[in-house]
Design a protein around this ligand. Structure first.
Ligand code: NAD
Length: 263
């Protein structure tokens, strides 16, 4: 085998949720290795900031206001994205939403909202981007940001847990369906990552310390911890990684996940 590193495709990547947190870190990490990036998000200010920072790294970058719950908005975003980036050979679905269960285990509105953003959108975006992903071959790949809650349960956020379990199932099905075309599909399962989404859970020093105690590595994760793995999965270095759900959690699930909370 050649000692040389395999090359990273130069094709563009769509990052949903790229205005903040993990999506933003993914966009910047991809731009660092020369990949053009399009941010699809509903947060205009955050999108503009990410696009600016990608451009500072010398790549083509584009931001579009896309609510990933809306099929039409997704479809309409494809042509301008391909035009701006030159090609689309990758996708990171990082747009995500968590809503607690209040009284009932599942109320219909919360269920629809969370499942639409976290799960249904990944299927819709992959479908809309398929012609572009095919045209950009070889090396096209998609990554869905799941969660350790795609692997374990949590009574406080059942719709979120269901959406993330579903995202892993969708990833495995995409692997079966798109593998013969050479388009790879994987999921990443982050643990506790310091982003605006996690902020309410670590708003006091005590809450933060309790969460840290559940992590064998002894610290909460950074968005970059996830972005580096996503960048790898979208590169040719990961040419034989397909249909996988890669856990990036500092060891939380290795030692029992939520059972350690408070312990
Ligand atoms: P974040 O809140 O910082 O970012 C989420 C982004 O998604 C925001 O920019 C938001 O505007 C965008 N978004 C939300 N709804 C959207 C919609 N309808 N259309 C388009 N964009 C939309 O959160 P984050 O922590 O970076 O989360 C990114 C992903 O990582 C999510 O799927 C989340 O479930 C997952 N995740 C996060 C953690 C964590 O601890 N932070 C852990 C596991 C998984």
């Amino acid at each position: 085998m050649s000692p040389q590193l395999l090359s990273t495709p130069a094709t563009g990547v769509v990052v949903t949720g790229g205005a903040s947190g993990i999506g933003r870190a993914c966009a910047l990490a991809l731009a660092e290795v020369g990949r053009p990036v399009a941010v699809w998000d509903i947060d205009d200010e955050g999108t503009a900031a990410t696009v600016r920072e990608c451009a500072d790294r010398g790549v083509a970058s584009e931001g579009l206001r896309v609510d990933v719950r809306e099929r039409e908005q997704i479809t309409e975003a494809v042509a301008p994205t391909v035009a701006a980036l030159g090609s689309v050979g990758g996708l990171v679905h990082a747009a995500g939403m968590v809503r607690p269960a209040i009284d009932d285990v599942v109320d219909a509105d919360t269920w629809d909202f969370v499942l639409d953003v976290n799960l249904r959108a990944h299927a819709l975006v992959v479908s809309a981007l398929l012609p572009a992903l095919r045209a950009a071959q070889p090396g096209s790949a998609v990554v869905g940001i799941a969660s350790i809650e795609g692997l374990i349960g949590h009574g406080g956020i059942p719709s979120y847990v269901a959406s993330k379990h579903g995202l892993i199932g969708l990833t495995r099905s995409l692997a079966h369906r798109l593998g013969p075309e050479g388009i790879r599909a994987n999921a990443v399962c982050p643990g506790y990552i310091q982003t605006p989404m996690l902020a309410p859970a670590i708003s006091s020093a005590e809450a933060r310390a309790a969460l840290e105690r559940t992590v064998p590595l002894g610290r909460l994760g950074e968005a970059d911890d996830i972005a580096r793995v996503v960048r790898f999965l979208l590169s040719d270095e990961a040419a034989y990684v397909h249909g996988a759900a890669i856990v990036v959690d500092g060891g939380v699930t290795a030692v029992g996940g939520q059972q350690m909370l408070g312990g």
